[in-house]
Design a protein around this ligand. Sequence first.
Ligand SMILES: C[S@@+](CC[C@H](N)C(=O)[O-])C[C@H]1O[C@@H](n2cnc3c(N)ncnc32)[C@H](O)[C@@H]1O
Length: 443
Amino acid sequence: MPAVLRAFVFGNPMSQPALPPESLAFALQRAAQALEAVQNGTALPAALTQATQSAPAGIRPAAQDLAYRAVRRLGSSRALLAILVKPALQARVRDILLCALALLQDPPENAAYTDFTVVDQAVEAVGAQRRTAAAKGLANAVLRRFLRERDALLAEVAQQPEARWNYPAWWIDAVRTAWPESWETLLEAGDTRGPLTLRVNTRRLAVDGMLKLLTEAGMAAEVVGPAALRLAAAVSVERLPGFAEGLVSVQDAGAQLAAPLLGVTDGMRVLDACAAPGGKTGHLLELADIDLLALESDRTRVPRIHENLERLGLTAKVKIGDAGNPDKWWDGEPFDRILADVPCSAAGIVRRHPDIRWLRRAQDIPALVGEQQRILAALWRTLAPGGELLYATCSIFPAENEAQAQWFERACPDAVRLEAPGQLLMTPGGAHDGFFYARFQKR
Ligand SMILES: C[S@@+](CC[C@H](N)C(=O)[O-])C[C@H]1O[C@@H](n2cnc3c(N)ncnc32)[C@H](O)[C@@H]1O
């Protein structure tokens, strides 16, 4: 009998009694599956899609919440598990326990579930699959011991930097070396949840007008930039008034600095060289009637640019191409403005993407630095004399930022460095993520 038919007749061979899809145990299983994929190198959003695609609709928010909490606490949960269980665990058991330990570390005022519920449901999750069921007693013993010895265990693991800060050791060292005065604040800030910030399409609506729409919808918000509104509480985008109609986009206040820095005016030829998912593409088009080419090398990310443009009712030429190889996509007509929002470590946006710290490796940074230089050097020759290029990253590592700007000034004698914000660092509860901006004009 084919496996699919067998599963249909006899149920999933991996499952013991099926868990109710609305149970915490079910969500824990799916979150653990996503966590395993992250530890094997998959980005968390993609890992969650894989882990929830065969599950009933509506399971994703619960699994997502658990997986994000688990990734934020991965350093401390791993250290706790290493004390609590000596023999190596099967990956799925390990990851259900990591998810449960993350929940049990939440301070009471933040706790999503009672300790009893977490232990009970984690044990259920382990017991519900044939391949993990034998570890049900062990899971129960581990989590109960954690609850009995919680304070002592947390104090013990806090001695290890990875557990204390919930970042890999190399990352902690890199931040401490780069920012000896503020490294602890930076690590802490990166471990908080970023606010939901909107960019108002000021072509269509004033910021005050949007604030009024939000207030009428019962959503408190404050102005944190020329077009930026920070919501007091996150909501799903579908609930935002005017989102579907393109009145607002979701964009961090720091990212909203990029497009205005380019000083675009009607009729300019503009290149957005690393464009997907198109956040800054949309912003540039909201600011002036420009002739914009949005370039992106990853064809799987290009549909997101089209979706964003369509929602905003804006148009641009969109091409798939390597910014480092203009011969393949450039028509030879120089650009007046270039936005080089280059691929980077993304170390500045860890509060929104807590998986990044576990996915990156120390050796990625020099590789990214080389790629950023290749792209910058190639783009420079497509810029018109008198034209301006904005180099942007969402990183807080100087090798990708100030060091690159200085390298570029040295490498290109016809580049004049203009005023720009330089390095923006995130702060706990702060309005923006970590970004870097350097601006150059061609003589
Ligand atoms: C930081 S993201 C850009 C974010 C975008 N500007 C926005 O505001 O929504 C960098 C993008 O550059 C793309 N990319 C990486 N290498 C590239 C290359 N050589 N040429 C063009 N795009 C590239 C990545 O796939 C990614 O989509």
